[in-house]
Design a protein around this ligand. Structure first.
Ligand SMILES: C[S@@+](CC[C@H](N)C(=O)[O-])C[C@H]1O[C@@H](n2cnc3c(N)ncnc32)[C@H](O)[C@@H]1O
Length: 271
């Protein structure tokens, strides 16, 4: 079964407009990741399958495609400079100014949950017993239902824990009988997973003290990236932060100021 150019281009155009993902150079990836699934669904032609997807008003079939086409690569302690900033600058400053002891943190594009769980663990390390006095649940969102399902389970193979400090394996995980590791309830309860498409308006009730959006915008073009960062800016409290991936460049003309590589801050008087 071959993916015809016209079928591919129609899909790529729709996905770019709706999800921001630029697949134009990735025809082979689209074909190879979808082929078996399309055959399993009983189609022997991509075009026919796509017609049913476009006709499916529930959008469920499109989310199946998206789960198959997104790159969900992630790991614990990724870009550890951010965690240094988090515990060395962000949390100490928050402790001084957040008199209501409420922290709003958003891991946008959280994949399998390593990133938000890692932040929750660092928070637990930082606050220790004082953590109970804080309302600090982390919102973690993605467009891949498959990634979100796995993230919610919070089960990881032993090798995924390699980069974490040795003690954390005992402290923040429970070993399952099959040798996998489950994040403890205390950590899991600190993270709320939700579906959110970053191409859509941000309508969460509160503004965020910290938004972490790393290795997501690499798949977006400059304008899409700029528009998203502007939406993040409006959703950040004055003095709040945005962490982006170290391999990503902040687009020109954004209102955040860069305080160190991949750490952006909304000025205290930022509107
Ligand atoms: C490479 S992973 C990065 C995970 C994590 N932030 C990290 O740095 O390890 C990128 C994630 O972004 C998600 N993503 C891509 N486009 C998105 C969109 N439009 N809205 C929400 N999430 C998106 C993907 O599903 C994927 O899980």
């Amino acid at each position: 079964m071959i993916l015809k150019d016209e079928d591919f281009l129609r899909l790529a155009k729709l996905i770019k407009a709706k999800y921001g993902l630029d697949l134009y150079e990735k025809k082979y990836l689209v074909e190879s990741r979808l082929k078996n699934y399309v055959l399993d669904c009983g189609f022997d032609d991509f075009g026919e399958y796509f017609e049913t997807v476009y006709a499916d008003r529930s959008g469920i079939e499109m989310t199946n495609i998206i789960s198959r086409l997104t790159t969900n690569y992630t790991y614990f302690m990724r870009e550890s400079e951010h965690f240094k900033h988090f515990t060395g600058q962000f949390l100490p400053a928050a402790e001084k100014v957040k008199l209501n002891r409420e922290l709003c943190i958003w891991s946008a594009g959280c994949s399998y949950g390593n990133e938000p769980y890692n932040l929750a663990m660092f928070m637990e390390e930082y606050f220790g017993i004082r953590h109970r006095q804080w309302d600090s649940r982390i919102l973690a969102t993605d467009i891949s239902f498959n990634a979100l399902r796995m993230a919610k389970r919070g089960v990881f193979p032993e090798q995924a824990l390699q980069e974490l400090p040795a003690l954390w394996k005992e402290k923040y995980f429970v070993r399952n009988s099959n040798g996998t590791y489950q994040v403890t309830d205390a950590v899991r309860n600190n993270v709320v997973f939700k579906y959110h498409n970053l191409m859509e308006p941000i309508s969460f009730k509160k503004q965020f003290d910290l938004i972490v959006c790393r290795n997501v915008m690499i798949y977006f073009d400059e304008q899409t990236k700029k528009d998203l960062i502007d939406r993040f800016y409006n959703a950040t409290v004055p003095g709040g932060y945005l962490y982006i991936g170290h391999a990503e460049n902040a687009p020109k003309g954004i209102k955040y100021e860069t305080v160190q590589p991949a750490v952006l801050r909304k000025p205290l008087k930022g509107g």
